[in-house]
Design a protein. Structure first.
Length: 274
């Protein structure tokens, strides 16, 4: 269901009318993931990759030039460098990498592929913003500490002005993140402007956020080529154990005994006279 309020004059600047006397209030969904990822051990680095166009002379025609995309790589060294704010341009490839290399000489890593950046959060000038200071960042990388377990706390909703956990403190000490045990804090989400189709059930298709952990030069080749060969099962042979191992599972020996279910109406219900 949506976040709603009663429709009064002037309320349409806060959302759309979605039902009788009902406004669907504009709001944002924020999700912060803690990704404690160790790539071939705990001595990792944080890398970014993107591309830029370079005006390059053509080898076969030196007097002519062409704009050619080139790889741009960087390794960020401190927590403040690796605190990527939501209002800044962020490289499209973010990696937790090992110093060990694959067969081709590239550092073995896992990519943090963020699905749906959240966008604007509360301004930092607002006192309540401290309780969700993690939302300032699309991605933030910190050195692992046992004292930094979560980015927020259930108790922050009771005191947003001096929250139990202030995530921004994790970054203030600006520790080195080179060859360290790293933690990625990833903020995803989306803006939700409720509309008529959100009634009675909120539309979920197309709404979502998350982070995908993808191997990037971690292997020497596509690991799926080592998967077992496909099995062809012809119609009618589904119960054959040689073709379908799932058909040969033993039956449960300790299934619960469930009493027959009967229904004779509700008892003690309130009845209202016309």
């Amino acid at each position: 269901y949506i976040s709603s309020s009663f429709n009064v004059d002037g309320n349409l600047k806060y959302g759309h009318q979605v039902a009788e006397n009902t406004i669907g209030n504009i709001h944002t969904h924020f999700i912060n993931f803690k990704v404690d990822l160790d790539v071939l051990g705990v001595e990792n680095v944080f890398q970014t990759k993107d591309m830029k166009f370079m005006n390059v002379s053509l080898p076969w025609m030196p007097e002519r030039y062409a704009m050619v995309p080139q790889l741009v790589e960087a390794q960020l060294k401190t927590e403040k460098e690796a605190a990527l704010r939501y209002d800044t341009k962020t490289p499209r490839y973010l990696h937790i990498a090992s110093n060990r290399t694959n067969r081709w000489g590239h550092q073995r890593s896992y990519r943090l592929q963020v699905v749906s950046f959240t966008g604007d959060s509360l301004p930092e000038t607002e006192p309540e913003e401290k309780s969700m200071s993690w939302a300032r960042y699309k991605v933030a990388i910190t050195k692992h500490k046992d004292s930094e377990q979560t980015s927020s706390s259930l108790y922050s909703q009771n005191n947003m002005w001096t929250p139990a956990v202030d995530f921004s403190k994790y970054i203030e000490d600006d520790e080195s993140i080179e060859n360290q045990d790293l933690v990625a804090w990833v903020t995803t989400g989306f803006l939700h402007i409720p509309h008529a189709e959100d009634i009675p059930n909120t539309v979920t298709v197309g709404n979502g956020g998350g982070v995908i952990l993808r191997p990037h030069n971690y292997f020497d080749e596509d690991p799926s080529i080592h998967s077992p060969d496909g099995v062809y099962i012809s119609p009618g042979s589904e119960g054959n154990c040689e073709n379908n191992k799932m058909a040969c599972f033993t039956e449960d020996a300790c299934s619960p005994v469930i009493e027959p279910f009967t229904y004779s109406g509700f008892e003690g219900t309130m009845k209202f006279e016309e």
